[in-house]
Design a protein around this ligand. Structure first.
Ligand SMILES: [Zn+2]
Length: 138
């Protein structure tokens, strides 16, 4: 039986445990677009069609996924570094907005209102960022 556990040149960084790193090999196309549908991880509602988002690495702190419109607590945050950049909210199949905190508006599932699955910076409202680890790829 072939082993797929090859560990070559494993480079660890100190902050690894703080971040959820998503294996993007089967998610990102050659031109950096999403190969799969993006779905809500809770209710499978369709968020984004394949090929509509662009893979982007960027560090951003998002509150943990929490129910409904709960106020994100300062302690309940995680640093995320992998996003789908989506230009224009009409590109989405389905997305909702939750509260605005400073210049950030959080994106939630339009059906079950679970989130945030991403965010928009109100200083550049055309750019929507969806966290890879907060959605389901199918
Ligand atoms: Zn949902």
């Amino acid at each position: 039986m072939a082993s797929v556990d090859s560990e070559e040149g494993k480079s660890q960084t100190e902050s690894d445990e703080m971040q959820k790193h998503v294996d993007k090999t089967e998610l990102v196309s050659e031109n950096g677009k999403n190969l799969k549908w993006l779905l809500c991880p809770h209710c499978d509602s369709k968020v984004l069609q394949p090929n509509k988002g662009e893979y982007l690495e960027k560090e951003y702190v998002l509150p943990f996924t929490s129910a409904k419109h709960g106020e994100p607590k300062e302690s309940e945050r995680e640093t995320l570094s992998q996003f789908w950049l989506v230009i224009d909210m009409y590109t989405f199949e389905n997305v909702g907005f939750s509260k605005t905190v400073n210049t950030t508006k959080y994106l939630i599932c339009a059906d079950c209102e679970i989130g945030p699955i991403g965010f928009v910076n109100l200083e550049d409202k055309t750019k929507h960022y969806i966290a890879l680890s907060r959605v389901k790829h199918q």
